[in-house]
Design a protein around this ligand. Structure first.
Ligand code: NOJ
Ligand code: CA
Length: 712
């Protein structure tokens, strides 16, 4: 009977080869494999992910944790231009399962050795539009990722207009996020019930009422716009009407359903464009990720984002990529006492450069950043046309590079683009070749300003640009620190020269705005830093700007500056942030004269940013955090709190047994308070070991930094 039908169909459709293949495949599979298993669990079996299609062939998935629904049935797929169907009428053709348990090593990172342990399910689907799709789910003990791998034949291009991927969070709870904004991540964090968030950037971190912590983000963002999340009102849950009776009982209108939102092209409708090089067009969407943990710090200790990225693409010896500590001609400009532009207040002069190089050399610091060294700053705020190979007349680059080399100090070059991508791309190859020739091995880039041709910062156009810069820099053996970047998605694994970046409200905001509140620094590790390292640039010692506020040199350059800015932490917390806010390029950001002779600066002198192993020991988002890192034989510990004073007990079980350590403890003074007495501090030395517990007292807005070195 079935055979007869197939023969009839074959005769009728012999002229349309493409359709024929598709229909045959559908028939064969609907006859031979009615029940294909499409569920997969994490190696420890605590997380279960199920994929399925509804009666219209539309795709959805759900996630259970410990047998409880965690992400309720959630839609999958894309809308595309010209009626191309990337979302439904799908049939499952095959399901392939595989597993992995391996370790891999990276040249730098919070942890150098990483375990990659997962179960993988690849569901092959096909629909009447000849769309071949593999939905790949990868489930780890610390969460999951899934991605779309499309193959479309006989087509010149695919234009994606919307992403339907949803995250239907079953239970309400608390969330920590910044609003979705396709141009900037420099916002203050919002703590709100999950179902009150209208839209959010990722990492979107939350804790359900049952106590599960999770964070939604993406991994390996290449050639695609960024994904943010928008809350869908429950009445729009179209999927509910399509699923079968017994499936619908899984829906819960209390749940919060977030839908992916993609950064658009200037026409607002186009989200991504893929162009075919040959007869068929294949494209992979970046992984959509959900990190899951019983503990808030479990999210920080998770390596899921890195594990979902491709192995290192850079060949040969990578010793040119090295974690470093640096100072810079930088904070003075933000405070308004020096300028980027050449004038009588110019910061990047030959003399000042040498003074900074001397300071670095005398204080066990590896590098110096110079901003405002090149021509183009005169038109700041307009359509800047920076010249990346022309130093200002008072910045003798050859002499500075000679002097730096003599003192064994690296120079971090600066490419502020002002958002003028067209101008930057015109000079890109030459700019990196020139920098290398001069002896510059590290470059900080910046995109402060509107992007060329009305693009936004986070759309596919700019993602492609950021990638081009990473690859051009890599070709020249140059490592990057990207400001106003696309948010990190773990690409540092594939391109380890993409070392750090900004992508959140960093220290600069304290110089000329109401600043970052005390809870900001204990929210970042659970949100933005889950994505990757951050060049926050901690280390202001002149917390109240006492040395610069009334300087006759000072000129307001930023409209947010009301003249009453300050840093909203204690001094000890500035030290703690060097450990907590991980960056392989870690800056002591204050003007160097504020460190001269200061006993607390000894911590930075001793600090080693090239860690081998790290662990977030305890903490809660927006409340407090304790992190420890090991670099060689030394350990560095950082603890910080929000606006409330607190004591934490830290068992030192991470120390090797049978070995005493000298602990140097830099903490808040008894009378310290971030608001009223931020610079009160204490330094204390102790002999401690594996069996001891360290009791740390932190003032309101305070913190503590500890070095632990083996006692010989
Ligand atoms: C914004 C960056 O975040 C900051 O670090 C830099 O100093 C300015 N742009 C000027 O390039
Ligand atoms: Ca910035």
């Amino acid at each position: 009977m079935i055979k007869n039908n197939i023969t009839k169909i074959l005769q009728l459709l012999i002229v349309n080869c493409k359709l024929l293949i598709v229909i045959c495949t559908l028939l064969i599979f609907s006859c031979s494999s009615p029940q294909i298993e499409t569920e997969i669990t994490s190696p420890d079996e605590r997380i279960k992910v199920a994929f399925n299609i509804d009666n219209d062939g539309a795709m959805y998935y759900n996630v259970e944790v410990d047998d409880n629904v965690f992400i309720d049935d959630s839609q999958l797929g894309f809308e595309a231009k010209d009626g191309l169907n990337l979302k439904d009428a799908f049939e499952i053709v095959d399901v392939r399962f595989s597993s992995e348990d391996e370790t891999w090593e990276q040249p730098w990172g919070e942890n150098k050795i990483i375990r990659n342990h997962y179960n993988d399910m690849a569901v092959d689907l096909i629909n009447e539009d000849s769309i071949f799709l593999t939905m790949r789910f990868r489930v780890f003990n610390d969460g999951l990722g899934f991605r779309y791998e499309y193959k479309v034949t006989d087509i010149d291009s695919v234009i994606i207009t919307d992403e339907l991927t949803s995250f239907n969070i079953k239970e309400n709870g608390t969330s920590w996020s910044i609003p979705a904004d396709f141009d900037s991540y420099e916002h203050l964090y919002i703590t709100l019930p999950i179902n009150e968030i209208e839209d959010a950037n990722t990492p979107f971190t939350f804790k359900t009422k049952s106590g599960i912590y999770a964070s939604i983000h993406e991994a390996a963002l290449i050639d695609f716009p960024e994904m943010t999340l928008g809350l869908r009102q429950s009445k729009d849950k179209s999927l509910k009407s399509k699923v079968t009776e017994n499936q619908s009982s899984m829906f819960n209108i209390q749940s919060s359903e977030f839908k992916a939102q993609l950064a658009p092209y200037p026409d607002k409708k186009t989200k991504a464009i893929f162009t075919a090089a040959s007869q068929s067009l294949t494209f992979k969407i970046p992984w959509r990720t959900i990190q899951i943990s019983d503990k808030a710090v479990g999210l920080i200790n998770s390596n899921l984002i890195l594990n979902l990225n491709e192995p290192c693409a850079l060949k040969g010896d990578l010793s040119w990529i090295r974690p470093m500590k640096y100072v810079g001609v930088w904070w003075s400009m933000h405070l308004g006492v020096e300028s980027w532009v050449i004038n009588d207040r110019h910061g990047a002069t030959t003399e000042n450069a040498k003074r900074h190089i001397d300071f670095a050399a005398n204080n066990n610091i590896d590098a110096v950043l110079f901003e405002g060294w090149n021509e183009g700053w005169d038109s700041w705020g307009g359509r800047q046309n920076f010249d990346f190979t022309k130093a200002y007349a008072d910045f003798d680059i050859d002499e500075i590079m000679r002097y730096a080399k003599e003192k064994n100090i690296e120079v971090i070059g600066h490419h502020e683009t002002g958002g003028n991508i067209i101008n930057y791309e015109k000079q890109l190859e030459e700019a990196y070749r020139w920098a290398k020739e001069k002896g510059i091995n590290y470059v900080k880039t910046g995109y402060a300003g509107g992007i060329s041709d009305f693009h936004n910062h986070h759309g596919q156009y700019n993602v492609r640009h950021y990638q081009k810069v990473v690859e051009t820099a890599a070709d020249n053996h140059i490592s990057l620190n990207v400001h106003e970047p696309i948010k990190p998605t773990g690409l540092r694994r594939t391109y380890p020269n993409l070392m750090t970046g900004e992508g959140a409200r960093g220290m600069e905001w304290n110089a000329w705005s109401e600043g970052n509140p005390p809870e900001h620094h204990v929210t970042l590790p659970f949100t933005r830093l889950l994505a990757g390292p951050m060049d926050y640039t901690p280390g202001t010692f002149d917390i109240l700007f006492e040395n610069t506020r009334n300087s006759p040199q000072r000129k307001k350059w930023n409209d947010n500056d009301k003249g009453n800015s300050r840093v909203n932490t204690t001094l000890a917390k500035q030290l703690a942030n060097w450990v907590i806010l991980y960056s392989p390029l870690q800056m002591a950001s204050d003007m160097i004269e504020h460190y001269e002779g200061h006993p607390m600066f000894q911590f930075f002198r001793d600090f080693n940013p090239d860690c081998d192993w790290s662990e977030a020991l305890q903490g809660e988002p927006g409340e407090y955090i304790v992190v420890v890192r090991r670099a060689g034989e030394d350990f560095f510990l950082g603890a910080a709190t929000n606006g409330s004073a607190r004591e934490v007990a830290v068992p030192l079980t991470f120390l090797s047994e049978n070995q005493d350590f000298i602990a140097t403890i830099y903490s808040d003074g008894d009378d310290a308070h971030w608001k009223t007495n931020p610079t009160s501090y204490m330094i204390e030395k102790k002999i401690i070991s594996h069996n001891d517990t360290l009791f740390i007292n932190m003032a309101a807005g305070g913190g503590c930094a500890v070095t632990l070195s083996p006692r010989n």
